[in-house]
Design a protein around this ligand. Structure first.
Ligand code: PLP
Length: 394
């Protein structure tokens, strides 16, 4: 455990018989199991007190006044965009490099995603590209803290303020991160999170929207409950059957069973993030000075929470390296193809190559290395050593 990474890295064996190291995985402990079991024996399995408690704790953890839980991170984006009033003919600026859901949720509402290019050193949305993409139909700009690195919120906020456009965050990669000491979740008008097992904490499936605007949070709670203002529990406890559906909403509620798991997991967020940062530091030390392995930067002002650890490697060797790593039982991955190059977006919106050249070049080179809190130093050394040996052998 105490050996210097460079020595350990070069000697770490990685035969195909070594145990599989996935690119990410959840960690569930006895306290999590206990929390779920308790709710299963309680009066409410959904819209109950576990949901309220989780939302309160989540708001506190993200430095936000309000947190609204929903069924997953994708519907968090859909509900957020719906609450912003996004509709047919509207445009929304999103980064080229993100999970498809960031853009898809706007398409659900009949809006058109407009893709901004990224910065080559971080692969994060570039504020100057955002400035160029904002037009008369732009209703919102959505930042994505790709891989867990907070974007440059000074630059993005300035561009959006000047244009009079609201800035919101798809922060699904960056729970537990910070920008200049301010927690992710409190950096824009509203932020969305995913609680999928591969993310920082999990409720199996789940999502959250944070905001400081009390009215906006209240509206989100109506939207997640079919457009109905009162919940089943409120009607039961108020001895009334009456309710009014005042607008078209959805059933995007998170159950108390999921909320109990999420709340128990949230208690471990600081230690999870600390270990992710240790893993990142060990990777960086192992790759320092290697000409062919260039990790994405942690920008000045950013405290990354490392949902992913991303490196750039020579594009012409990527397929061979990917195959060698998988052959050594290391679950490397690739995040993400520029969204507009998916066949759906080419066909339905007419997008093609050349729209965001920096993102397209980054995609050719980016490789995702395993990153999760239960990784041991030996696991990290095995991953780094296998990558370095593969590249050096070529
Ligand atoms: C995970 C993720 C989502 C979607 O979250 P789900 O909970 O899987 O629906 C959206 N955006 C980004 C950037 C994500 O990483």
């Amino acid at each position: 455990m105490n050996s210097r990474p460079d020595e350990a890295v070069r000697s770490a064996p990685s035969p195909a018989s070594a145990p599989f190291i996935p690119y990410g995985r959840q960690h569930i402990d006895d306290a999590d199991v206990q929390a779920v079991v308790e709710v299963l024996g309680s009066k409410y399995l959904t819209t109950g007190p576990a949901v309220d408690a989780f939302e309160e704790d989540f708001a506190e953890a993200t430095g936000s006044a309000h947190a609204v839980s929903v069924a997953n991170g994708t519907v968090a984006l859909h509900a957020l965009y719906a609450a912003l009033g996004l509709g047919h003919g509207d445009e929304i600026v999103v980064p080229a490099i993100t999970f498809v859901a960031t853009a898809n949720a706007a398409v659900y509402l009949g809006a058109t995603p407009v893709f901004a290019d990224v910065d080559p050193s971080t692969a994060l949305m570039d504020a100057e590209s955002v400035r160029e993409r904002i037009g008369p139909r732009t209703r919102a700009v959505v930042s994505v803290d790709f891989a867990g690195q907070p974007c440059d919120y000074d630059a993005l906020t300035r561009v959006c303020d000047e244009a009079g456009v609201v800035l919101v965050a798809d922060a699904c990669h960056a729970l537990g991160g910070a920008w200049k000491g301010r927690p992710v979740g409190s950096l824009t008008y509203a932020s969305t999170f995913s609680l999928h097992p591969v993310k920082h904490i999990t409720s199996a499936e789940g999502g959250m929207i944070t905001t400081d605007d009390a009215e906006f949070a209240a509206h989100l709670k109506v939207l997640r409950n079919h457009g109905i203002r009162s919940t089943f529990r409120e009607r039961a406890e108020g001895n009334t059957w009456e309710y009014d559906m005042s607008e078209l909403g959805f059933n995007y509620r998170l159950s108390d069973v999921h909320a109990a798991l999420g709340r128990s997991q949230l208690r471990k967020l600081p230690e999870f993030v600390e270990r992710r940062r240790q893993v990142a530091a060990r990777y960086r030390e192992a790759f320092a000075g290697h000409p062919d392995v260039v990790p994405l930067d942690e920008a000045p002002g950013a405290t990354g929470s490392y949902h992913l650890f991303m490196v750039r490697i020579p594009a012409q060797r990527k397929a061979e390296v990917f195959e060698a790593m998988r052959g050594a039982n290391i679950g490397v991955n690739v995040h993400y193809q520029p969204v507009y190059l998916h066949s759906y977006y080419r066909r339905e919106f007419g997008f093609s190559e050349g729209l965001c050249p920096v993102a397209e070049e980054a995609y050719e080179e980016l490789l995702t290395l395993p990153m999760y809190p239960q990784m041991t130093d030996e696991d990290v050394d095995r991953v780094a050593g296998t990558l370095i040996r593969t590249l050096d052998a070529g």
